[in-house]
Design a protein around this ligand. Structure first.
Ligand SMILES: Nc1ncnc2c1ncn2[C@@H]1O[C@H](COP(=O)(O)OP(=O)(O)OP(=O)(O)O)[C@@H](O)[C@H]1O
Ligand SMILES: [Mg+2]
Length: 317
């Protein structure tokens, strides 16, 4: 349903154009969840925003193709893109507080999309908003419609964002760290809710998370991102059972579940390279346990096995 091919995004950082996303490719099928995982700053949100063509000022898609249900998004006009956003592809943003309008009531904000994209009248939109807020588990939704965002708790604001994202029955929902700010019980409820909608409507989902536990339970396939590129992708089970990239292995080794009691958890030393550091070879080689000679000189080749397991690494094992 969604096909992203060789997507590259440039961004103007301190007067210099740097490439934030490099040759990213993935697919999302109907009713499927793809997880995108990686450390802070690796380009997960930037990838998501480029699908909606909502890059920050100075950012632009400089190569590649994004097709949604057969329609190429990279070349659409801004007016056409506005019609797609929120109706065919929607996003739950990472920060619910800054994504809701503080001076509009909850009811007005949920209704807006319904009136714009589904052409509902004011009364119909209000009724539908109440029903959506009820669906996402907001108590007394009719009364809450008159509230402003600051009158709601963080978990409730996140639910309102979800109601808005689902209101136009999108083909693809991008959930950028949808539960990071929430406590564990609400986290589970929100993910159950998203999975239920997905099952009922066949919506595809991109779940961005750094929590491998959430990914293992909710995504059929997983892409591991590092320094603006996908370094490994496979079915989630295959990726957890048989990780090939040293970065993925490092992430899995640092999971608390794997450690013996009393033993300090292994970590991956070093940091994600900043955008300003020009990387010639592999972006991960400074942190790799056992780099090869080529790793510093040339970008690693992509290898793909028959069962759709892709890895971008010089090492053959
Ligand atoms: N508005 C912006 N202007 C310039 N650079 C930006 C901007 N937003 C993000 N970046 C840079 O783009 C890169 C990718 O950032 P992105 O927000 O996509 O990371 P992320 O993987 O979503 O991280 P996190 O897990 O913290 O949300 C980072 O190096 C970041 O510093
Ligand atoms: Mg992010």
């Amino acid at each position: 349903m969604l096909e992203v091919r060789d997507l590259s995004v440039c961004i103007n950082s301190a007067g210099r154009e740097v490439r934030a996303i490099k040759s990213v490719s993935f697919n999302v099928a109907e009713g499927e969840t793809l997880a995108i995982v990686g450390e802070s700053g690796c380009g997960k949100s930037m990838t998501a925003l480029s699908l909606l063509r909502l890059l920050p000022p100075g950012g632009r898609i400089d190569r590649g193709s994004i097709t949604l249900d057969g329609v190429e998004l990279t070349t659409l006009s801004e007016t056409e893109m506005r019609r797609i956003r929120g109706s065919r592809i929607s996003m739950i943003f990472q920060e619910p507080m800054t994504s809701l309008n503080p001076v509009l009531t909850i009811g007005a904000q949920v209704s807006e999309g319904l009136r714009l994209h589904r052409g509902l009248s004011k009364q119909e939109a209000f009724r539908e908003s109440v029903s959506l807020l009820h669906q996402v588990g907001i108590p007394s939704p009719e009364a809450r419609c008159g509230d402003y965002p600051h009158q709601l708790s963080g978990g409730m604001r996140q639910r309102v964002m979800i109601a808005m994202a689902l209101s136009c029955k999108p083909l693809i929902l991008i959930a950028d760290e949808p539960t990071t700010a929430l406590d564990v019980t609400i986290q589970a409820q929100i993910l159950d809710l998203l999975n239920q909608v997905k099952r009922e409507s066949g919506m595809g989902m991109i779940l961005i998370s750094h929590d491998l536990g959430i990914v293992a339970e909710n995504a059929a396939r997983t892409a591991i991102m590092y320094a603006g590129t996908i370094v490994e992708s496979a079915s989630t089970k295959e990726l957890f059972d048989n990780p090939l990239h040293p970065y993925t292995k490092g992430l899995l080794d640092s999971l608390p579940q794997k450690a013996a009691p009393g033993i300090r958890l292994p970590t991956i030393p070093g940091q994600v390279p900043g955008l300003d550091n020009e990387v010639r070879g592999c972006g991960f080689c400074d942190r790799c346990r056992d780099p090869e000679k080529e790793c510093r000189i040339e970008p690693p080749p992509v290898r793909e096995t028959a069962n759709g397991h892709m890895v971008r690494c010089w090492k053959k094992t």
